[in-house]
Design a protein around this ligand. Sequence first.
Ligand SMILES: Cc1ncc(COP(=O)(O)O)c(C=O)c1O
Length: 378
Amino acid sequence: MKSKLPNASTSIFAVMSKMAADHNALNLSQGFPNFESDPVLIEMVNQAMKEGYNQYAPMPGDLDLREVISQKTRSLHQKNYNSATEITVTAGATQAIFTAIAAVIEKGDEVIIFTPAYDCYDPSIELFGGKTIPVQLKAPDYKVDWNEVEDKITYKTKMIIINTPHNPSGMIFSESDMLTLQEIVEKHNLLVLSDEVYEHIIFDNNTHFSAARFSALASRSFITASFGKTFHNTGWKMGYCLAPEKLMTEFRKVHQYNVFSVNNPIQKALAEYLKTSDRYLDLSVFYQKKRDYFLELIKDSRFKIIPSKGTYFQMLDFSEISSESDIAFSERLTKENKIASIPTSVFNTDGEDFKQIRVCFAKTEETLREAAIILNAI
Ligand SMILES: Cc1ncc(COP(=O)(O)O)c(C=O)c1O
């Protein structure tokens, strides 16, 4: 049988996590916290189960939850999304991304993505007959060259996928980036998928410039979000998508035959939990403390470091330590030094290697101390 995804293989996250387990290494590779989600939220989920919210939720999501998402977006970005027609709750951002792509990408469409890119965009595009057109961001600052983007637009281009704050580099899009993007997509009549899963993890008093803030951009964008990233429960796989009604109508046509609806008791709990805005507004301070704690501990290491501006990832440049490829270097670190990271060339166009590995600092202080001892000795 002919494979529909001939190039897909085991994801680097699974590979590195398995290698970490096999070699008893500290696992800073995959992006998940090693501390618990708020017990108050867990209790709310239990309560919702006890109260009988154990059958199918409405197809687009629990209405109370959609309403708080709408209020949150209005208060943060001054943009109104209609909870009835423009918000859908999904099984994590991954499902939202897949569904948005499935809803609009047809055979022959070209989709521009920025590499290093999160690994689910390309296979989703390919599955629906689209073609990924990568624009390579370059270390150390991973800034977008918008002239290069315009050069890659053809009559086949249908969509641009952005991700801010950006995994793995920790780069963030500025207001001017978003305004330029808006100009380009209006000029060429393109759609946008704005992957904003790290929207609440942004440092040094920077602002998260959501696509929701720019009305012409928002009118052609799917915006995807992840509760797993925000509330330390990536295993619950809960997220949502925002889009104007004409796009959301198409999104829901796919959603209703794919998952139909997602976890009901967790939606009920999130609807309640989100009413206290500090629970997500305090997240940047929480993670900035972790970033600063970790970077202080490794400041005398031989890695070259530019502090992450957002996400819970930090890039470590090892070019002064070794001339190995990043894949060889991170494998050796896992097996010999007992610390697992992600070699970032796997997310780049043609595997371009900037000699940078990605580590996740969504870890307890104890784990960060252990990690620092190892990294300082390399
Ligand atoms: C940039 C980016 N997008 C999407 C996702 C997926 O989010 P979720 O776990 O909610 O599916 C991740 C998870 O690592 C991510 O880093």
